[in-house]
Design a binder for this molecule. Structure first.
Ligand code: GTP
Ligand code: MG
Length: 136
């Protein structure tokens, strides 16, 4: 069965949207396999965001992800990776479609980092790698 790593990022936790976000994923029909609230370490984030190292938003992104706890979850189901990314909406919350998590709850706050509430793995390989980082 396919698995994906979902993170409710610090903005989602601070805004008390964790339950709403997890509920949408469950309501879509995916199975919650693992769940925890954790404060990330810099090492975890460097591993998680290795593909973005060197990009202008990399440092602000890591600092943002260290700014407070995240909720980490593993969801399971056929095509859950695609399915969660459809629920999340596109990266930029300003233009993410209404009806998606980012489109309904996100906006641009004028910061260097896009605070877009959630992370979801983008491929089977990424999912297995990321699950190893957050659920070692
Ligand atoms: P994730 O599910 O978080 O991985 O989002 P994504 O796959 O839609 O985006 P991507 O992996 O390309 O980027 C990871 C994160 O970096 C995004 O979720 C944003 O928080 C941030 N980010 C990506 N692109 C930009 C950008 O062009 N500018 C800024 N400021 N932040 C960005
Ligand atoms: Mg990504």
């Amino acid at each position: 069965i396919e698995r994906t790593l979902v993170l409710v990022k610090p903005d989602g936790v601070v805004r008390k949207l964790s339950g709403e976000i997890l509920a949408r994923v469950e309501a879509k029909g995916y199975t919650l396999a693992e769940l925890k609230k954790v404060t990330a370490t810099r090492e975890q984030l460097q591993a998680h965001y290795a593909e973005h190292e060197g990009k202008p938003f990399y440092e602000p992104l890591v600092e943002f992800m260290l700014s407070g706890p995240v909720v980490a979850a593993i969801f399971e189901g056929h095509r859950v990776i695609e399915g969660f990314r459809a629920l999340a909406g596109t990266t930029d919350p300003t233009t993410a479609a209404p009806g998606t998590i980012r489109g309904d709850f996100g906006r641009d706050w004028g910061l260097k980092v896009q605070q877009n509430l959630v992370h979801g793995s983008d491929s089977v390989e990424s999912a297995e790698r990321e699950i190893g980082i957050w659920f070692a």
